[in-house]
Design a protein around this ligand. Structure first.
Ligand code: COA
Length: 139
């Protein structure tokens, strides 16, 4: 089941975030989750009450920006990220979406391309650890 996250979900989100991203990837802090849960579309996928995936969006003037998406290791390859994206697109019904992704994150890039995102440009040293990123857009 997919819903908007609540304050009560913050600890579970923070735990999941640290499973998904290494320290070098700058996982979101607990404080960041408190901030976003109150202000931004942060959708969680629950199975038997447990959060196993989430997606966080930022609303911009003319588009939505995908800020983060992740699915727990044990539940990958089951269509959960796809379900979160489908839910997001149906909820927003917007004409334009953007995101940034590391040029090395092939699994995520495949997911995004499958959903109509196209690479717009390389963002040189975009990430704090000097990794390059792609700006991708779906419109
Ligand atoms: C990227 C990620 C969110 C995909 O989640 P998922 O639930 O396993 O993805 P889905 O099962 O919904 O897959 C949907 C599509 O994504 C692509 N994809 C996902 N995992 C893939 C993999 N391991 N290899 C190749 N393609 C993959 C495929 O196109 C797939 O469609 P298909 O099954 O018809 O081939 C997940 O691997 C993850 O959480 N990674 C760590 C966090 C991260 O890097 N987030 C993105 C950057 S913020």
């Amino acid at each position: 089941m997919i819903t908007q996250a609540h304050i009560a979900d913050v600890t579970a989100l923070f735990t999941l975030e640290n499973e998904l991203f290494f320290v070098n990837d700058f996982p979101l802090s607990k404080g960041s989750f408190y901030y976003h849960v109150k202000r931004n579309p942060l959708f969680v996928y629950r199975e038997a009450e447990k959060i196993i995936g989430y997606t966080l969006w930022l609303k911009r003037k003319n588009h939505y920006r995908l800020y983060s998406i992740g699915v727990s290791n044990a539940h990958r390859g089951l269509g959960i990220a796809q379900a979160l994206l489908n839910y997001s697109f149906e909820t927003f019904n917007a004409s334009c979406y953007t995101l940034e992704v590391k040029t090395t994150n092939n699994n995520a890039i495949k997911l995004y391309e499958k959903n109509g995102f196209k690479k717009q440009k390389v963002l040189s040293h975009y990430y704090p650890n000097q990794c390059d990123g792609y700006l991708m857009m779906k419109s």
